[in-house]
Design a protein around this ligand. Structure first.
Ligand SMILES: [Zn+2]
Length: 127
């Protein structure tokens, strides 16, 4: 489990850094006065919605990574994509409707486990 968390931490750092750098680059590309740039950069760095999205999505990723590790240890070979949102996105519905699926193989949307996208609330269960 420690190795899994170490691997996830490296992936999280890369993804969060890439996203933040892209947003900061967009701010700089838009230009403006020093005061305008400062305000725009502060807005990117203090974006509460973004922080909430990252926290929810990455906790879901950790939960599903732990589920997959447990399934492998328990020799679960087939899983089911479970949607829990009241209004799941079309890609998650497609994965759910694919039915029992071989553990570790990409679902129809192309991912091997939730989250499929930011704010995804889905999880895997043994099938
Ligand atoms: Zn989902």
């Amino acid at each position: 489990m420690a190795d899994l968390l170490k691997q996830l931490a490296a992936e999280w750092l890369d993804e969060i850094t890439d996203t933040r750098l892209d947003r900061l680059a967009a701010v700089l590309a838009n230009g403006g006065t020093a005061a305008e740039l400062e305000a725009a950069i502060n807005a990117v760095l203090a974006d509460q919605h973004s922080a909430q999205m990252i926290a929810q999505t990455e906790l879901n990723r950790a939960d599903n990574a732990a589920r997959m590790a447990a399934f492998r240890a328990d020799r679960v070979y087939r899983v089911r994509w479970v949607t829990t949102s009241a209004n799941p996105c079309p890609e998650c519905v497609m994965n759910r409707d694919a039915g029992p699926w071989p553990l570790g193989h990409p679902f129809p949307s192309g991912v091997i486990m939730p989250p499929d996208h930011p704010h995804c609330q889905c999880h895997l269960e043994p099938a």
